[in-house]
Design a protein around this ligand. Structure first.
Ligand code: SAH
Ligand code: SF4
Ligand code: F3S
Length: 486
């Protein structure tokens, strides 16, 4: 285990090992020397900042980058004051992509007045060849560029960057490799994401993720359970199992196991009080999973079940592999079996060829399922995906008007659904002191709703009972219930 490694004992006069993770341990030891040398020259410690765009998967990757940087002697700092700035990028929609270029413009400016500053870019955007070409040509001030498949090599790339001047670029087309036992620095002491699989095999026709994250690979159950046990021992009480489609977990393993079975084993781990997971593809959601959720006392009462469209015709063109009726049936079964569950979803408006009738089908599903919340997106054309080549793209003003109508309905539903918990007492995991009012704490319920209530900062990280007094639309104001004396 890396926690037991004494970096000083790694012999840097020998060649780096070929096996992983030993090779990365060697480079961490080397980076420690390089960082120390530079810090001595500057007369102060070196600082870093990792900025994350995109999904939970990227957030977890950023924790891995931060873990390695801390081991090498870098201290964390605000982006404005950091010597080393890393952007972990997303490219799922064009907006995400444009944001990164916007930020880079600002960084270029700062680097001019602070020449020893270094900049790295990694993540999904770097898996697009056009992006890397553009960076090579017009963004020479970026020092290190790497992708999603070789993130485990970060220590090695960091050493290269620290030892050389000039742009270091390393992008892989794919990998079957999963490297375990590398340092991680969690953002929250009491909750953590846990990767259970990487990549995606579904190729929804609008989506770039399978191209930038590669084929689906599941981690071995013993590695996942081992990591969760360590997290529990380290004070984590809530975990979120992460994958692009957790419902197909385990199918490609040497000894296949189902996602439901994995959940059963996670449930047995002492110290873990709450289990969440993201994301479920409706086509693979099994009856077994519904039953495991129903009988579990730890799995949270929240299921994110992306719909994308309510029109069977559009779902077919999206390659989602379910019909409107199948989705409605699944949602109804889940609501029937687990009545207190919150259902949330993702919806895309303006997929090529979407007509007013198709859109009305989407509104119909939203009305019938009564989502507790929904993330709504305007379709964004991603180069290389099948949908980008479809001819019948929907005019922008049409899409905008549909988007507004959908959002209004989604918000109306969300308010109604949120209100159904008024005056109940709920267990919450207290996550933070309220940013705007220090006398308030913010807690998250099992169903993912937030409640703000008066309390002491020492309670952050604890699970407590709170009465939901006033529904504020999408969240509650509440009162902490005093703990009963034993
Ligand atoms: N694996 C997850 C989703 C990952 S991307 C799943 O299948 O549910 C998160 C969301 O972004 C998707 O659910 C989809 O609604 C949205 N999305 C993906 N590609 C998009 C595109 N090209 N345009 C607009 N939204 C998109
Ligand atoms: Fe994209 Fe579909 Fe895979 Fe989700 S399941 S990541 S939407 S291709
Ligand atoms: Fe974005 Fe990559 Fe996640 S494209 S949504 S960061 S998998």
């Amino acid at each position: 285990m890396y926690k037991e490694i004494d970096w000083k004992r790694i012999d840097l006069n020998t060649a780096p090992p070929r096996e992983e993770p030993e090779r990365q341990y060697y480079y961490i030891a080397l980076c420690r020397e390089l960082v120390q040398r530079e810090a001595e020259k500057l007369g102060r410690p070196l600082t870093f900042c990792v900025t994350t765009f995109g999904c939970q998967m990227n957030a977890r990757d950023s924790e891995k980058l931060a873990g390695i940087l801390k081991e090498t002697g870098f201290l964390e700092a605000e982006e404005e004051r950091a010597d080393f700035v890393i952007y972990n990028t997303c490219t799922v929609r064009e907006n995400a992509n444009l944001k990164v270029y916007g930020h880079l413009g600002l960084l270029k400016h700062r680097k001019k007045s602070n020449p020893h500053m270094r900049i790295a870019l990694c993540g999904c955007m770097m898996q697009e060849p056009e992006v890397v070409e553009k960076l090579k040509k017009s963004y020479r001030f970026v020092d290190l560029i790497f992708g999603t498949h070789n993130i485990f090599k970060f220590a090695e790339l960091l050493a290269q960057m620290l030892e050389h001047t000039g742009q270091v670029i390393d992008i892989w087309d794919g990998t079957g490799q999963i490297v375990e036992e590398l340092p991680v620095e969690r953002k929250y002491p009491f909750k953590s994401g846990v990767n259970i699989m990487f990549g995606c095999n579904n190729f929804c026709s609008y989506c770039i993720v399978p191209y930038v994250r590669g084929r689906e690979r599941s981690r071995r159950p013993e590695d996942i359970l081992g990591e969760i046990r360590e997290l529990a021992a380290d004070g984590v009480s809530e975990i979120m199992l992460l994958g692009q489609n957790v419902n197909s977990y385990g199918k490609t393993l040497e000894h296949p196991i189902s996602f439901g079975e994995l959940l059963r084993r996670v449930e047995e781990i002492e110290g873990i009080a709450r289990i969440r997971f993201m994301t479920s593809h409706p086509k693979d959601l099994s009856e077994e999973l519904i039953q495991v959720m129903k009988s579990s006392s730890k799995i949270c009462r929240h299921l994110h079940l992306p719909l994308q469209s309510g029109s069977t015709r559009i779902l077919k063109a999206m390659n989602r592999k379910y019909t409107k009726e199948q989705y409605l049936d699944l949602a109804a079964r889940i609501r029937r079996e687990i009545p207190d569950i919150s259902l949330t979803t993702d919806i895309i408006v303006g997929f090529p060829g979407e007509t007013e009738e198709d859109f009305l089908e989407t509104l119909d599903v939203v009305r019938r399922v009564r989502y507790d919340n929904a993330y709504t997106f305007i379709y964004s054309k991603r180069t290389g995906t099948p949908a980008a080549a479809m001819e019948n793209q929907v005019p922008e003003d049409e899409v905008k008007s549909r988007f507004d109508r959908l959002l209004a309905l989604v918000q109306e539903n969300a308010k109604m659904q949120t209100a159904r918990f008024a005056d109940t007492i709920q267990e919450v995991l207290i996550e933070e002191v309220n940013e705007h009012d220090e006398s308030l704490l913010t807690g998250r319920m099992s169903n993912n709703l937030l409640v703000h209530f008066e309390g002491d900062a020492s309670l952050v990280g604890c699970i407590r009972r709170v009465r939901l007094d006033i529904c504020k639309g999408f969240y509650y104001m509440g009162t902490l219930i005093p703990e009963e004396k034993e």
